[in-house]
Design a protein around this ligand. Structure first.
Ligand code: IMP
Length: 445
């Protein structure tokens, strides 16, 4: 069975990019299947830092194909910017990067709508989106009549489509209550996107057919989830979510590859919780602990640079998303960030209106009233960033990780103690699942 998938189990930013980069070594194709330029992956390799948003980090390796499927909403300007950045540092794209002709395209009107609508939640408040036009593009996809897909950019009627949509959106904006003051120039937008289309042409194809051929040929695929499962449009903390299925349930629909081809699901958690944007975060620590986590963990948004809200590990939420995503094993990231705190807390239950529960509520109003029930564990003073094997971890750090595994009902197979590839501890007994440098060397004659 050829498929592995990496799913964030919290509110995104679980350091999935680093893990995907390491696991790429054992896969031939890396697949990005939902979200868009709202995501940000940071990969540190060989002393260099790479920041990617849409293009899978597999692009950094030779011989690995990177596929952006039809489940992604694609902003061509952003993809080209990323391609330019990579090419200027010697990373080649040809024959490696494939973009689905089914992917819906983000246009300037989507970005305008994102700005206009974000503060207009029914019931008040703001989602605090990344402002990249993600929700409005998905809305047009589902609405169909105003949608334009990447494949449409190469057809005769592309200009007519842009004119049709721009005309509709101009009338919408003109009647916007607060006065949108945006007038879209259809001819200019068409010209801009026609140029993008030419640049992207060698990469655009039917990726669904390519992926189905690949799995049937026994190729090894790595599915790279963006955001985190609690931001899933259907199963997350609605309405404070993103607009795609960012939990494990989204892999098949976003990629076009049935779940039966996936035999390994890795759930990625940070050793604590973070969230950017609005919505409840039951374990939030708006105090010295939160400050410690933000500063030690460099918890500022990759895309928007916003400071992330920080708090204790929430095992109720992560257990829910581990089950939802069909997680087999866990990766605990950023464990080093907890070093220096005397005591650590893990939320193992909620009390909602005086009733104790370990079920994650489906309604945001209930989650907002949830009072965390904490277990307290002893911390460790040590700097973990140089630890390379499990035995060298302080006993309290091992105990903390084990408690996460118990509460989530899954083994922890990977522990990360820093941003570099080398700062990773693999506990999996199956040596094939370790990166090459941690595999036992064959005995020499
Ligand atoms: P959108 O995806 O830009 O519509 O934003 C919706 C919500 O998801 C906001 O709270 C964002 O901050 C959050 N979000 C979107 N992408 C990411 C991500 O990659 N990491 C963390 N939060 C994200």
């Amino acid at each position: 069975m050829p498929g592995t998938c990496v799913i964030g189990l919290q509110w995104g930013d679980e350091a999935k990019g680093k893990l995907v980069d390491i696991l790429t070594e054992d896969h031939e194709i890396v697949v990005r299947y939902q979200g868009g330029a709202n995501a940000g992956h940071t990969v540190v390799a060989g002393g260099q830092t790479w920041k990617l948003s849409i293009i899978p980090s597999g692009i950094l390796r030779d011989g690995v194909a990177c596929v952006v499927t039809g489940g992604v909403v694609l902003d061509p300007a952003k993809v080209i910017e990323e391609m330019d950045g990579l090419e200027s540092r010697g990373i080649r794209m040809d024959g490696k990067l494939r973009l689905s002709d089914r992917a819906h395209v983000v246009f300037p009107w989507h970005v305008v709508e994102d700005r206009l609508l974000d503060g207009s939640l029914s019931g008040g408040g703001a989602i605090g989106t990344t402002g990249r036009g993600i929700g409005p593009c998905y809305r047009d996809k589902v609405g169909r009549s105003l949608a334009i897909r990447l494949g449409d950019l190469y057809r005769q009627d592309f200009r007519a489509k842009v004119e049709h949509v721009a005309d509709f959106k101009n009338r919408l904006f003109a009647n916007w209550p607060s006065g949108a003051a945006t007038v879209l120039d259809a001819a200019a937008i068409h010209a801009e996107y026609a140029a993008y289309a030419e640049r992207l042409r060698p990469h655009v194809s039917d990726t669904t057919a390519y992926l189905l051929d690949s799995v049937e040929a026994g190729k090894r695929l790595l599915f790279e989830g963006a955001q985190g499962a609690l931001l899933d449009i259907d199963h997350g903390t609605f309405p404070f979510v993103t607009s795609s299925n960012s939990s494990g349930v989204g892999v098949a629909s976003g990629s076009g590859v049935p779940g039966r081809w996936i035999d390994r699901v890795i759930g990625v958690v940070k050793a604590y919780s973070t969230r950017v944007g609005g919505g409840p975060l039951p374990t939030e620590q708006d105090n010295a602990v939160g400050l410690h986590l933000r500063e030690r963990g460099r918890e500022y948004g990759t895309v928007t640079k916003r400071p992330r809200r920080c708090g204790w590990f929430d095992a109720v939420a992560a257990r829910y998303t581990a089950r939802l995503s069909g997680v087999d094993e866990l990766a605990v990231m950023l464990l080093d960030v907890l070093g220096g705190l005397d005591e650590l807390k893990i939320c193992s239950a909620y009390e909602i209106d005086g009733v104790r529960t370990t079920q994650f509520p489906g309604q945001i109003e209930d989650l907002a009233r949830a009072v965390p029930v904490y277990e307290t564990l002893p911390g460790w003073p040590d700097d973990l960033s140089t630890v390379r094997d499990e035995g060298a971890l302080p006993a309290n750090a091992r105990r903390y990780v084990e408690r996460i595994a118990e509460l989530l009902g899954r083994p922890v197979s990977i522990i990360s103690v820093g941003p570099d590839r080398a700062q990773t501890i693999f506990r999996d007994p199956e040596t094939t699942r370790r990166p090459p440098w941690q595999r036992p060397q064959p005995a020499t004659a």
